[in-house]
Design a protein around this ligand. Structure first.
Ligand code: IMP
Ligand code: MG
Length: 184
């Protein structure tokens, strides 16, 4: 695993999506979600920590009645490689039975995390389950999983910023940047 670059150096890494491109796409996703919900309320369930910033922006782009909840899982212990096993570290705080839910995730990579969460939430019998992922790396998929809303599909590169980390850092970069040295 390479040494994490200094924050000032990370600010100069190549930009994959600018903050303006992200905002434009998040607003399109918000419109699409509003149409699909047909006036019904929804619970946005963010997957900590990576999806926190995406959820904050998406929530303000859907313009429907909604509540938030957050779960936390551990699958990436650190760095860029998955351990393969998902552990629920923090569960929901409100019941979701009979509610429409949207799982909000930063990246759909192998699909292991979202497959685990989808079946976890299915046990709570929500009225519907949808998945919104800001980024998708389809070439990495190990578990078949369908996301209803995808911001951007990207190749197999490791990215940071807009909530996404490398060894817990760089989540506060406003643009999405390529951490090329860590790509697999
Ligand atoms: P999955 O279970 O392999 O689909 O893992 C998805 C999780 O891996 C995401 O929620 C991210 O936390 C993490 N992840 C995957 N790719 C990247 C990346 O390029 N940058 C930062 N985190 C990533
Ligand atoms: Mg994550």
């Amino acid at each position: 695993m390479p040494e994490p670059p200094a924050f000032s150096a990370a600010q100069n890494l190549r930009v994959l999506f600018t903050r303006e491109q992200i905002q434009a796409r998040v607003h399109e996703l918000g419109r699409q979600i509003r149409e699909d919900l047909n006036g019904e309320s929804v619970v946005l369930i963010g997957v900590l920590k990576g999806a926190a910033i995406f959820l904050a922006d998406l929530a303000r782009a859907i313009h429907v009645d909604c509540t938030f909840d957050f779960v936390a899982v551990s699958s990436y212990k650190s760095g860029t490689e998955s351990s393969g096993a998902v552990q629920l570290i923090k569960d929901l705080t409100e019941p979701i039975e009979d509610s429409h839910i949207i799982i909000v995730e930063d990246i759909l990579d192998t699909g292991i995390t979202l497959s685990f969460l989808r079946s976890h939430f299915e046990h709570h019998q929500p009225r519907s389950i949808r998945i919104a992922a800001l980024l998708d790396k389809p070439s990495r998929r190990l578990q078949p999983i369908h996301a209803d809303y995808i911001g951007f599909s990207i190749p197999n590169e490791f990215v940071i910023g807009y909530g996404m980390d490398y060894a817990e850092r760089y989540r506060n970069l406003p643009d999405i940047r390529l951490l090329e040295s860590a790509s697999k």
